[in-house]
Ligand binder design. Structure first.
Ligand SMILES: NC(=O)c1ccc[n+]([C@@H]2O[C@H](COP(=O)([O-])OP(=O)(O)OC[C@H]3O[C@@H](n4cnc5c(N)ncnc54)[C@H](O)[C@@H]3O)[C@@H](O)[C@H]2O)c1
Ligand SMILES: [Zn+2]
Length: 363
């Protein structure tokens, strides 16, 4: 369907978005870097849901192949898992010319990508995203990380993949809640960057999870992310726009003990709050929040944060966030649909009133 060309300081690569993308991987990889060996890294859920496809991928490789299956879940995105991967790499005889194939959602992509970034000071990685979130967001752009007990993504590296293979038929085994999380990130691109795309999403809300629409979303989100990363690979400025909905969203994840909200759900709620903040400080058009909320609820994504969430607690976590080290609040805010800006020094009082308004309007 589409090969989307991405430029990065680590070299240019293509994001292949099509059914059967994995079947093309062996020849693309052989041509691109001809690795001495590859290690397929995946997680237990993906290994059982997509075992046949992973076996076929392994069989198709034109070099010696080994596998590493990590336990599934964010709580294994750790230095301990990373250490296990490193040891397995040594044992499998991976050298500086070897490559990692990260087959999974954002968790596998992040930890396997980071493993590739640091093993022998860096070997190649190819991404095979298996969640919608990984297809529209995490597999592209080169951010990798693991979590510390002190916080998410605190140790990591920029490590661009040498290729990305996105086949939305892989999503057939993913549960609906995870698909919805990907749809929240997809909506993020429309609301903050591309009005035309958001119009398309609204018009197709009823078929958002059908293959044709998923393919369109993956392609458009990858293009939009590609364009942002081309302007600001290392997040000195405009890339922070992609954090729209994430500052409040992250606080909700933390306060919910990472159990109450999935990441995409927290982002869904956070996008509505951020739109209310934009309205509150007179930066954004009136009606932005309700337009975002209307689309998200049409998809069955949450817009309520819960009456027990305390504005003061949310703000405390936002201030502690590594992106807000200076103490002042920095947020990606929409001015209008499809037009965003990163605003530093958002007054805490405005965030507080927006949260109160959020609770009275959406719960
Ligand atoms: N690097 C980046 O730029 C970036 C961007 C956004 C998010 N992230 C990271 O991504 C992570 C979240 O990613 P995620 O939402 O994909 O979560 P995930 O990787 O945990 O996947 C969600 C669940 O679905 C399972 N799964 C994955 N693919 C499946 C399939 N095809 N069939 C059945 N089950 C499947 C997984 O095992 C897991 O249980 C977070 O750690 C976040 O920090 C990174
Ligand atoms: Zn996200």
């Amino acid at each position: 369907m589409a090969d989307i060309y991405v430029n990065s300081s680590g070299g240019a690569y293509d994001v292949v978005v099509e059914s059967g993308a994995w079947d093309r991987a062996a020849s693309v990889i052989a041509e691109k870097t001809a690795p001495s060996k590859v290690m397929i890294i995946t997680d237990t859920n993906v290994a059982s849901a997509q075992g046949a496809r992973i076996d076929a991928l392994k069989e198709s490789m034109l070099c010696d192949t080994s596998s590493f299956v990590m336990p599934a879940g964010e709580r294994y995105k750790t230095l301990t898992t990373l250490g296990g991967i490193m040891s397995a790499m040594v044992e499998a005889g991976l050298d500086r010319r070897s490559a990692v194939l990260a087959v999974g959602g954002g968790v596998v992509g992040d930890v396997a990508g980071f493993a590739a970034a640091v093993y022998m000071r860096g070997i190649d990685v190819y991404q095979f995203p298996t969640t919608l979130l990984a297809m529209v967001d995490s597999s592209v752009g080169g951010k990798t990380a693991v979590d510390l007990p002190e916080g998410k993504n605190l140790v990591g590296a920029f490590k661009s993949p040498r290729g990305v293979f996105a086949d939305t038929t892989v999503l057939e085994t993913l549960n609906e809640r995870e698909i919805l999380c990907g749809l929240a990130e997809s909506a993020k691109y429309g609301i903050i960057l591309d009005k035309g795309y958001f119009e398309y999403l609204k018009a197709n809300a009823g078929v958002a999870t059908e293959k044709e629409c998923l393919d369109r979303q993956v392609c458009r989100c990858v293009e939009l992310k590609r364009d942002i990363v081309a302007r600001d690979e290392f997040e000195g400025g405009v890339r922070a726009l992609l954090n729209y909905g994430h500052t409040v969203g992250h606080a909700l994840e933390v306060l919910g003990g990472f159990e109450r909200f999935r990441h995409g759900e927290a982002v869904s709620v956070g996008m509505v709050t951020a739109a209310l903040v934009a309205e509150e400080i007179g930066f954004g058009e009136k009606g932005l929040a309700s337009e975002a909320a209307e689309y998200l609820s049409a998809l069955n994504l949450p817009t309520a944060m819960g009456s027990d969430m305390d504005a003061g607690d949310i703000i405390d976590v936002m201030r502690r966030d590594k992106k807000n080290l200076g103490g002042s609040l920095r947020m990606a805010l929409p001015r209008a649909i499809g037009e965003g800006e990163v605003v530093s020094d958002v007054p805490v009082s405005a965030v507080k009133s927006a949260i109160m308004k959020h609770k009275s309007l959406y719960g």
